[in-house]
Design a protein around this ligand. Structure first.
Ligand SMILES: [Fe+2]
Length: 293
C-alpha cells in the first residue's frame, strides 16, 4: 500500500481494491500516481454524489474530445488548460528561485529558425513596434553567456501562423543566442489577446459555465542553457485585456511587464525605426540543474 494514501479513504472496499489493483505496477511511480488518481477520483464521485446520468455526460464529453482531437488539435490538452491542470503542473514542477514558468500553449514550433541576436521580426507587417530586450541570469544575478531564447507570438490580427495561411510559418518566431553578458534583444510587435478554440466540447463547457474564452496578450519564450533547468514561460504586457481573467490561468505576477515608450536613438537606428516605438525589458533567471537533484 502506498504510504501517501490517507486511510480514511480506504473504508470503501471499492476504493481500497481499486487502489490496490495498481500496487504491482513495474514502475513504482506509476503505482503511486495511479493510486492517488483513484483516491481523488473516488473522493470526487463520493463528495459530488455523482449520478449515473452525470457520469454518462462526462463520458460523452471525453468521447467528443477524442473525436475532435487529431495531430494538429488536442482537445484534451485544452481541457487540461481550462481546468487549470496545466498551470498546476507548472507550479508544482517549478524549481524555487528562478523566473516563474507558464503554459507552453499549442502554437510552439520546434522548427523556429536561429536568427542573429538583435534581429527584426517585423518585416513590414502591421503592429506597434516593440523592442524586447534583457538578460539571462542565474539565481545569483550572474549572466549566463550564450543562453538560447526561443520566442513566438501572435500577429496583429491575433492569429498565429498555424491559424492563418496568409502568414509565413516562421512569422514572429525565432531562436536567438544571448551574448557573452547574457544579453538578448529583438524587434517585434505588440501581441494581442486571443480566444481558445470554442468549436469543440471544451468550448461548450466554457459556454455552459458562463466562463471567458480569452487569453491576455503575451509573448511566449523558452529559455535554455546547458547546466540549467529549461524555462517555459510567457510575458504579459501590463494593462492587456483579460490579464485578470486568463481562461487557462497562465498569468503570474512576476511575468507582467510594462510596455514603455522608447526614445533610444541607437535602437531606432539599429532597426531603421522612424516612428515612435515601445520597449519591454525583462531579465530571466535560470535555476541550476544541480539544485534540483
Ligand atoms: Fe499564445
Amino acid at each position: 500500500m502506498n504510504q501517501h494514501i490517507n486511510k480514511e479513504h480506504l473504508n470503501n472496499p471499492v476504493t481500497r481494491d481499486a487502489i490496490n489493483s495498481f500496487s504491482n505496477a513495474t514502475d513504482p511511480r506509476l503505482a503511486e500516481v495511479m493510486a492517488l488518481l483513484v483516491k481523488h477520483l473516488h473522493a470526487f464521485v463520493s463528495e459530488s454524489n455523482l449520478s449515473k446520468a452525470e457520469w454518462l455526460k462526462g463520458l460523452e464529453f471525453l468521447t467528443a474530445a477524442a473525436q475532435i482531437t487529431d495531430h494538429e488539435r488536442n482537445e484534451f490538452s485544452l481541457f487540461s488548460d481550462i481546468m487549470g491542470i496545466s498551470s498546476m503542473v507548472d507550479v508544482v514542477s517549478q524549481p524555487p528561485g528562478g523566473t516563474p514558468s507558464s503554459v507552453l500553449g499549442p502554437f510552439h514550433n520546434h522548427d523556429s529558425q536561429i536568427q542573429p541576436n538583435g534581429c527584426d521580426l517585423t518585416h513590414g507587417q502591421p503592429g506597434e513596434r516593440v523592442w524586447l530586450h534583457g538578460r539571462v541570469l542565474d539565481v545569483h544575478q550572474k549572466p549566463i553567456p550564450n543562453a538560447q531564447i526561443d520566442f513566438w507570438q501572435n500577429a496583429d490580427n491575433g492569429l498565429y501562423p498555424a491559424q492563418d495561411a496568409a502568414q509565413d510559418p516562421q512569422n514572429l518566431r525565432c531562436k536567438i543566442h544571448c551574448d557573452a553578458q547574457g544579453g538578448f534583444n529583438l524587434l517585434t510587435i505588440r501581441p494581442h489577446p486571443y480566444t481558445v478554440p470554442t468549436d469543440g466540447p471544451v468550448g461548450a463547457l466554457l459556454a455552459a459555465s458562463n466562463r471567458g474564452i480569452w487569453r491576455p496578450a503575451h509573448f511566449h519564450i523558452i529559455v535554455s542553457a546547458p547546466g540549467y533547468v529549461g524555462l517555459v514561460t510567457e510575458l504579459f504586457p501590463s494593462g492587456s485585456a483579460y490579464i485578470d481573467n486568463d481562461t487557462v490561468f497562465g498569468v503570474r505576477p512576476g511575468l507582467i511587464v510594462d510596455v514603455k515608450d522608447c526614445h533610444n536613438q541607437e535602437v531606432a537606428k539599429q532597426f531603421g525605426l522612424t516612428q515612435p516605438f515601445k520597449e519591454v525589458a525583462f531579465d530571466f533567471s535560470l535555476v541550476p540543474q544541480s539544485s534540483t537533484t
